[in-house]
Design a binder for this molecule. Structure first.
Ligand SMILES: Cc1cc2nc3c(=O)[nH]c(=O)nc-3n(C[C@H](O)[C@H](O)[C@H](O)COP(=O)(O)OP(=O)(O)OC[C@H]3O[C@@H](n4cnc5c(N)ncnc54)[C@H](O)[C@@H]3O)c2cc1C
Length: 449
């Protein structure tokens, strides 16, 4: 009997693996599992993990498959356990300012549901139309609004999870505060599906800001745009987003994006402020002045909601549009302290030039988290690209930053972890992994070198 057949016999929604479950958005290759199980309940998750323990077969949890570090890939075969069908918003509570969700809820669906009630769940990875909250928690996802509001971790009050041992745990609380015991909730957040399968989460909600104002600042080049970021913060402003696009990124979007850039532009910032009063427009105007001081050619404020939407649709298209410059890319998400942003951008250009490769940088400049892309067409260029990536990552570490600002280590970046973290810290994390998963069956091989 096939593995899927055995799992079906346990009354599970098991399928022969399809291509869709063999890959994610990391571009790290195809890893077909031996079977896919669509969990519909906590009991299903428990059955799969008990089966895995009994038969020593690896299990890889999966949400929307939008991950960019290969975390949801069954590198060692086994079972992909999809949580996509556990997609109920269990509760939205105004008095408690929390919501309770199953892991397969699509982020955008939650955002719409809470905003209808005047509440706000700020984490906003740009994949929000198809990533799930389980994946967001597992990767501690950020997004443009992380600049002002923080990342997923800052909104997780409690989780329920099934451990590889088969145990079911409820960690955390519904209250906004709570400090009892070790913070297992926060240990599971960002654990990339290696410690437990999250089956429910209690998330904090805040009041929805009544006013949002957005502007685009155009610069002759990306270095001036990066200087604009530093001037905005230097003036004591805290926008909710401050996203940078460099010249190649804007070239990639040309003719495709709903928002058209002027021809002479070589760098841009999307700056957004929010709040409840007139101060929002004042802050936007001041951010505009700071951009002009940094050398902006022009500053355009969105006049209405449809123009705002067009700006953000344009921003969300970048990753896909990049293929119009070169068919392939190696995409990194390093982060550096904000004060080193200009240095990082200059270093990327210099590294690209040395390896004769086109580069494109965009992303969450406000918190120093840049998506650095090395673009290539041939196998030979890919080899050069890998060497260049190595230098980009080392540069970020040397600047006091990190190998991954939000996408996670997964399998894509595990070779670099030991550059950022010392042997004792890695050994401690491996001991934590063993405490949760003594037989290394849940998402094995991820994170650690
Ligand atoms: C166009 C695009 C834009 C993006 N923008 C951003 C961005 O702005 N910010 C950002 O942070 N990321 C971004 N991402 C990356 C990605 O969308 C996020 O990492 C997202 O959180 C992944 O969610 P998912 O449901 O697709 O998870 P998957 O890719 O399915 O899985 C990701 C990881 O989570 C684990 N996992 C999934 N569900 C569970 C569960 N229930 N329990 C335990 N582990 C689980 C998996 O094993 C895997 O390790 C972007 C991706 C794309 C393609």
């Amino acid at each position: 009997m096939s593995l899927a057949g055995e799992l079906k016999a346990l009354d599970l929604d098991a399928q022969e693996p399809t291509e869709a479950y063999a890959r994610d958005e990391s571009g790290t290759g195809d890893y077909p599992p031996q079977a896919v199980v669509l969990a519909h309940s906590v009991l299903d998750v428990q059955k799969v993990l008990r089966f895995s323990k009994h038969r020593k077969i690896p299990v890889v949890p999966r949400g929307g498959g939008s991950g960019k570090s290969g975390g949801a890939l069954a590198e060692r075969g086994g079972i992909v356990l999809s949580l996509e069908k556990m997609n109920r918003i269990v509760e939205i509570s105004r008095p408690d300012m929390v919501c309770v969700v199953e892991p397969g809820v699509i982020l955008q669906d939650l955002q719409v549901a809470v905003e209808e009630q005047g509440l706000f769940y700020p984490p906003d990875p740009n994949s929000q139309a198809w990533c799930t909250l389980g994946g967001n928690l597992a990767h501690n996802a950020g997004g443009p609004r992380a600049l002002k509001y923080g990342v997923t971790r800052d909104y997780v009050l409690g989780v329920e999870a099934v451990l590889p041992t088969g145990e079911f745990i409820h960690a955390g609380h519904r209250s906004w505060k709570g400090v009892a015991g070790y913070d297992i909730t926060q240990l599971l957040v960002g654990s990339e599906g290696t410690l437990g399968v999250i089956t429910q989460a209690t998330l904090k909600l805040i009041p929805l800001p009544r006013r949002v104002a957005t502007m685009l600042a155009f610069f002759p080049d990306e270095a001036k745009a990066a200087l604009g970021v530093q001037k905005i913060f230097g003036a004591g402003l805290l926008p909710r987003t401050c996203e940078l696009m460099d010249g190649p990124t804007m070239r990639a979007l040309k003719g495709k994006a709903p928002f058209q850039f002027p021809d002479e532009v070589g760098g841009a910032l999307i700056v957004e402020h929010d709040g409840n009063g007139d101060g929002v427009m004042e802050d936007l105007a001041q951010s505009g002045e700071m951009c002009m001081e940094a050398g902006a050619i022009d500053v355009v404020a969105a006049q209405d909601e449809s123009q705002r939407r067009r700006i953000w649709e344009t921003r969300r298209m970048i990753s896909v549009a990049m293929s119009s410059i070169r068919p392939h890319k190696i995409s990194e998400d390093v982060a550096v302290p904000r004060g080193r942003l200009v240095d990082l951008i200059n270093a990327v250009r210099e590294i690209g030039a040395r390896y004769s490769l086109e580069t494109a940088c965009y992303g969450h400049a406000g918190d120093g988290n840049m998506h650095v892309n090395l673009l290539f067409a041939s196998a030979e260029e890919r080899v050069r690209g890998q060497k260049a990536v190595d230098e980009v990552i080392q540069t970020a570490i040397d600047f006091g930053g990190t190998i991954t600002g939000e996408h996670g280590v997964g399998l894509a970046k595990r070779a670099f972890l030991a550059r950022e973290q010392g042997p004792d810290l890695i050994a401690l994390q491996k001991r934590v992994k063993r405490a949760f998963d003594p037989e290394d069956l849940l998402n094995p091989g991820k994170i650690f070198p």
